[in-house]
Write a protein of this length. Structure first.
Length: 281
């Protein structure tokens, strides 16, 4: 009779990754991670063993754990993800931190999240700032459906979802803050053909020859959608900080900066709409 310990040992050997094995088994059992500590000696039913083996084989075939379980943690939230959405990454929490630092706790404010995918950034901000009015856009109806289900399941009611490219659905609207984790990988980057990236939507990952197509568009289009003193913040690749700052400065943003993630890699850049310059827009 196979117990939890034995099943995890075998799966860890197959996958070369203990955490993946644990997440897949807990998904089959419908248990939280904390359950494991007290239950490694529990026997596993045959049907559980069979279901677990099937998931382990899918993972061994390269499918991301988050797409197999349909779940990914981000910020304080557990999100549904599907192959229609990018899998939220821990480094994107830096963008959320930088956004929250610019939003009042006790006053209303307006925020737009462009290319929201699973809704990760919009929902994290909305959950921390209940008075914020958040709008999240995405070109993909399938991704927006996932984001809307996440909002409903988490009981987050201060986010509206609109379908369209970047700022296209926001004609005539202005915000205190615009955030985005756009695609930024170079179209010819060999990483796109490896690991989890193979399974994620290319439209959420790659953006033209230099990876900056979406960022160029967002930097130029966001200006007229920002209130005087409003901020644009976006994620980018670890070698794109300089290019991102140059684009922001050329477009007339001020206080332009790049911030590094926990691995000390350039990850987020931003700029502000000057109070004075704005008048002559
Ligand atoms: N950071 C992701 C990666 O390189 C890409 C996410 C994105 O393009 N926005 O795996």
């Amino acid at each position: 009779m196979l117990d939890v310990r034995g099943a995890l040992a075998a799966a860890t050997q197959r996958l070369g990754e203990r955490l993946d094995a644990e997440l897949l088994l807990l998904h089959v059992l419908g248990k939280p991670r904390s359950w494991l500590f007290a239950h490694v000696d529990d026997a596993l039913e045959m049907d559980v063993q069979t279901a677990f083996s099937a998931l382990v084989e899918r993972r061994a075939g390269g499918e991301p754990v988050a797409y197999i379980t349909g779940r990914q943690g981000f910020w304080s939230l557990e999100l549904e993800v599907t192959p229609a959405t990018l899998i939220p990454r821990p480094e994107t929490e830096l963008l959320v931190e930088l956004a929250l630092a610019r939003l009042p706790r006790d006053a209303p404010c307006s925020v737009a999240d462009l290319g929201t995918g699973s809704g990760a950034i919009a929902l994290a901000i909305a959950s921390e700032r209940p008075l914020a009015r958040v709008v999240a856009t995405d070109a993909s109806a399938a991704a927006l459906a996932v984001a809307q289900r996440n909002a409903a399941r988490l009981g987050i009611t201060n986010v509206r979802f609109l379908q369209g490219d970047w700022l296209a659905p926001l004609a005539g609207q202005v915000f205190d803050l615009i955030v985005s984790n756009p695609p930024y990988i170079e179209a010819a980057d060999p990483h796109l053909a490896h690991g989890d990236l193979r399974f994620e939507p290319t439209t959420a990952l790659a953006a033209g020859a230099d990876g900056l197509d979406a960022i160029r568009r967002i930097v130029s289009d966001a200006r007229v959608h920002l209130d005087p003193g409003g901020w644009l913040l976006f994620e980018h690749g670890w070698e794109q900080g300089e290019a991102a700052c140059a684009l922001l400065a050329e477009a007339g943003y001020v206080e332009v900066f790049t911030a590094r993630d926990l691995e000390r890699r350039e990850r987020v850049s931003g700029g502000k709409i000057d109070l004075i310059a704005t008048r002559s827009r």
